[in-house]
Design a protein around this ligand. Structure first.
Ligand code: ATR
Length: 301
C-alpha cells in the first residue's frame, strides 16, 4: 500500500487502491507508521464493503481543509491521531460523552446533518481489559501520564465505567486539579480520586500500592533508552500492568520478570478500531478476529 496521501492528492480526487476508491482514512502527522489501514481494511474486506482505507498526512493548518475535502469526496468518516485529536473535537458538530469530557476526538463520522465526533480510545481500553478478564468497573486504577491526551481519555473512561478509585499521576502537577475536576464530572466522587506528582517517587510507590491496575499512558517507552515511567519497586504482587505503547517496553519486561500479568496497547488499538468501524457501519458485522490477524501480520512484516 502507498505509505500515505496528502491534501494535494485529495484535491485531484479520491485515491484508488487496488481497484477500490478510498472512503475512509486516518489523518495525522507523522502518519506513515499507522497500523489503522491494516486493521480497518481487514474489517472492510471481511464485511464485503468495497472501499479502501488510506493514511493521510496533514500539515500544520491543513486539518480542517482535509476534513472538508474528505466530506466533498463522499468519505464515510475518518480516524484522527496525533496531533489533531483536539482540532477534530473543535470541528465536530455532535460528540459522545467521552469526547465531551476529554476534549479529544479520534473518530469522525460524516453524517448528512453534520460531523459526529467520538472517542473510541476509552471503549477500546475497556474492551481490551475485558479480554484479560477485567473492566475498570469497581477496580482501583493508577494512571501514569494522566494529564496527556491518552491519559485524560483513559481516566475519563475509567470514571464513566464506574471504577472504584483513580490515582492520577503526572510528571508536571499543574494540570492535575483540572483533570480531577473532569473526572468528577464523569461521575467519580472526589474522595475516590488521588493526584500524585510523578517526581515524588515515594508517593508514587505508596499510591500504586493501593491499585489493582496500573496504566502506563506517558510517551516513555516509545523510544529505546527512555527512562522508566515509575520506580519499579512500585510493581507489587497482584498488579495488572497495561502499557498503552503498542510494542514491548522495559516496563512490560520488568512486569513479566516479576511474574505480574501485563499487556501492551496493541489490544487497545484493536478494539478502538473495532469501535470506530461499528460507528461507521452500524449494520455490518465487525470481524475482530480478522482485524487481529491483520495487526499481527502487519507487525511481523
Ligand atoms: P500529549 O500531546 O498527549 O499531552 P505528550 O506530550 O507526549 O502527549 O505527553 C503525554 C504524557 O506523557 C504526559 O502526561 C506527559 O507529562 P507532562 O504532562 O508533564 O508533559 C508525559 N511525559 C512525556 N514525556 C515524559 C517524560 N520524559 N517523563 C515523564 N512523563 C512524560
Amino acid at each position: 500500500m502507498f505509505p500515505f496521501y496528502t491534501l494535494e492528492d485529495l484535491e485531484r480526487g479520491a485515491p484508488c487502491v487496488g481497484g477500490l476508491t478510498a472512503k475512509l482514512a486516518v489523518i495525522g502527522s507523522p502518519i506513515d507508521h499507522s497500523l489503522s489501514p491494516q486493521l480497518q481494511q481487514a474489517a472492510l474486506d471481511a464485511a464485503g464493503i468495497p472501499v479502501a482505507y488510506i493514511r493521510l498526512l496533514a500539515k500544520e493548518g491543513e486539518f480542517a481543509r482535509t476534513v472538508e475535502r474528505l466530506r466533498e469526496l463522499g468519505f464515510a468518516g475518518a480516524n484522527v491521531t496525533v496531533p489533531f485529536k483536539k482540532e477534530a473535537f473543535a470541528l465536530a458538530d455532535h460528540k459522545d460523552a467521552l469526547a465531551e469530557l476529554s476534549g479529544a476526538v479520534n473518530t469522525l463520522i460524516f453524517e448528512p446533518s453534520g460531523i459526529r465526533g467520538a472517542n473510541t480510545d476509552g471503549p477500546g481500553f475497556c474492551l481490551a481489559l475485558e479480554g484479560f478478564g477485567m473492566r475498570p468497573r469497581a477496580r482501583s486504577i493508577a494512571i501514569l501520564g494522566a494529564c496527556g491526551g491518552a491519559g485524560t481519555a483513559l481516566a475519563c473512561a475509567c470514571a464513566l465505567d464506574g471504577c472504584a478509585h483513580l490515582t492520577l499521576i503526572n510528571r508536571t502537577s499543574d494540570r492535575l486539579p483540572a483533570l480531577a475536576a473532569t473526572v468528577r464530572k464523569a461521575g467519580l466522587p472526589a474522595e475516590s480520586i488521588c493526584c500524585v506528582a510523578a517526581r515524588d517517587s515515594r508517593e508514587v510507590i505508596r499510591a500504586v500500592q493501593g491499585a489493582e491496575i496500573l496504566v502506563q499512558a506517558t510517551s516513555l517507552g516509545l523510544a529505546a533508552g527512555d527512562a522508566p515511567p515509575l520506580p519499579f519497586e512500585a510493581l507489587h504482587s497482584g498488579l495488572f500492568v497495561y502499557d498503552i505503547v503498542t510494542h514491548d517496553t522495559p516496563l512490560l519486561a520488568e512486569a513479566r520478570r516479576r511474574g505480574l500479568p501485563s499487556a501492551s496497547g496493541l489490544s487497545m488499538l484493536l478494539y478502538q478500531g473495532a469501535e470506530a468501524f461499528r460507528l461507521w457501519f452500524p449494520e455490518a458485522r465487525v470481524d475482530v478476529d480478522a482485524m487481529k490477524r491483520a495487526l499481527d501480520g502487519g507487525r511481523s512484516s
